[in-house]
Design a protein around this ligand. Structure first.
Ligand code: FMN
Length: 196
């Protein structure tokens, strides 16, 4: 039997729960299964920013796991996935992943993705960064992870917050070769980028 394409989605307590919601909505229109872990702190940001409970938010995913369930399938490298997207990623979770001293299923799953040389993308959300944050990002990039903060792409001519969110989420899913209509592409959708 063919293994389905599975993407682990980690949501932390950094600001930007809207990015995670959009990613899950977009994945629902693809053949990729979403496997979701919410950190404890994310339940707070989901409540503040989206006015939703963690339980209702989790219904957007195909599969969901409790943050403390370190016996879940995604805690093992033998469970095949195409990788993990942490969206948004807090400095706290990023730092934990960088050390390998993982204290939850979210960071354990990220550690497994790294050890299996699968793709790990961190939508790190903090500003400004101090030198320790920058060093941690360097160290985690050296381990093979992709650091991708949600910086707006103004060339894509956003007209709304939703446009900004879609562009960032679409480009994150591009990293896993997942086709969605979210990102506007230079040279394709954007007239200015076209050449005769
Ligand atoms: C409304 C709100 C916004 C926050 N925004 C950020 C943020 O943008 N980046 C960040 O690193 N932490 C942010 N935090 C703090 C994290 O939630 C906190 O460090 C938490 O311990 C992260 O835990 P986690 O990585 O397990 O989710 C925010 C907290 C709240 C309540």
């Amino acid at each position: 039997m063919k293994t389905p394409r599975r993407l682990i989605i980690g949501v932390t307590g950094a600001s930007g729960a809207i990015y995670a919601r959009r990613a899950l909505e977009a994945l629902a229109g693809t053949d990729v299964e979403s496997h979701l872990i919410l950190s404890k702190a994310s339940e707070m940001t989901i409540r503040y920013e989206l006015d939703m409970s963690g339980a209702d938010f989790a219904k957007l995913a195909d599969h969901r796991y409790a943050a403390g369930d370190v016996g879940a399938p995604i805690a093992s490298g033998s469970f095949k996935t195409i990788g993990m997207l942490i969206i948004p990623c807090s400095v706290r979770s990023m730092s934990e992943i960088a050390t390998g001293v993982t204290s939850s299923l979210l960071t354990r799953a990220a550690d497994v993705v790294l050890k299996e040389h699968r793709r790990l993308a961190l939508m790190v959300r903090e500003t400004p960064f101090h030198l320790g944050h920058l060093r941690t990002m360097t160290s985690i990039a050296e381990m093979g992870a992709i650091i991708a903060p949600p910086l707006p792409a103004f060339y894509a001519e956003p007209q709304s917050v939703e446009d900004l969110v879609d562009q960032s989420v679409g480009r994150m899913l591009d990293l896993f070769d997942i086709e969605t209509p979210l990102a506007r592409r230079w040279g394709e959708d954007l007239e200015k980028g076209k050449r005769p």
